[in-house]
Design a protein around this ligand. Structure first.
Ligand code: ZN
Length: 228
């Protein structure tokens, strides 16, 4: 039996305490929901850290024992310490995987590794999102049948997305309002693999969706360091 992939889920853990709507959908926090989802897979072993912990829980020892780091942030990107961002970036270059979720597009670590604005257009109107699979057979979308899946209510993100051209574009979203967006994209930085996955606005139950959960688990396996 192969060793489980060691995952650390970073949760900003702010909206859960400021919004009753978010607290109701994610009573234990979004990070706990994401970690629970990952831990349904015996090949993954996920723990959580939050912004509020010393060094955001991302000490060198924790990062050294992390194969893949998941990142959800939104309201407090500027509170993430630059020294921790540097530490994470070094680990990615050395082979740690990084999965950046939703509003993490403006996280310091993502912008640093992308070297671009990572800007986008957005609208919070509870629109339907259809995520088209543009890379059939890619391990990140394994088990998703029918060519697409839908989320009934999500925040809209629209192109142009200020990212460097992805290595692979795995998912493209269409929104009810007509916009499109590169919702699943990969890059390599040094020895590390990076996956950006768009869905996950805090006021919708997106991380309870079975297809989203499957992609999160697939991404954890895909992003593990080569040879581990
Ligand atoms: Zn959002």
């Amino acid at each position: 039996m192969t060793t489980p992939v060691r995952v650390t889920v970073f949760g900003e853990n702010v909206h859960e305490h400021s919004s009753p709507v978010v607290a109701k959908i994610y009573p234990q926090g979004m990070h706990t929901c994401i970690a629970d989802t990952l831990n349904q897979d015996a090949g993954l072993r996920a723990g959580t850290v939050t912004l509020q912990m010393p060094e955001h829980g991302l000490t060198q020892a924790v990062l050294d024992a992390t194969d893949v780091l998941f990142w959800w942030g939104h309201a407090a990107h500027d509170q993430v310490q630059d020294a921790v961002v540097e530490r994470i970036a070094a680990r990615v270059l050395a082979g740690m995987g990084l999965v950046v979720l939703h509003s993490g597009h403006h996280a310091k670590i993502f912008k640093k590794l992308m070297g671009h604005t990572c800007d986008l257009h957005w609208r919070e109107a509870g629109e339907k999102e259809r995520l088209w699979i543009t890379a059939p057979g890619h391990p990140i979308v394994a088990g998703i049948s029918g060519g697409f899946f839908e989320l009934e209510h999500e925040e809209m993100y629209g192109e142009p997305f200020g990212i460097p051209e992805p290595q692979e574009t795995i998912l493209v979203s269409w929104f009810q309002g007509g916009e499109v967006f590169r919702s699943g994209a990969t890059w390599r930085r040094g020895a590390g693999k990076i996956f950006y996955f768009r869905p996950g606005h805090e006021t919708y139950p997106t991380y309870h969706d079975a297809n989203v959960q499957r992609i999160l688990r697939n991404a954890a396996h895909w992003a593990r360091p080569e040879g581990s």
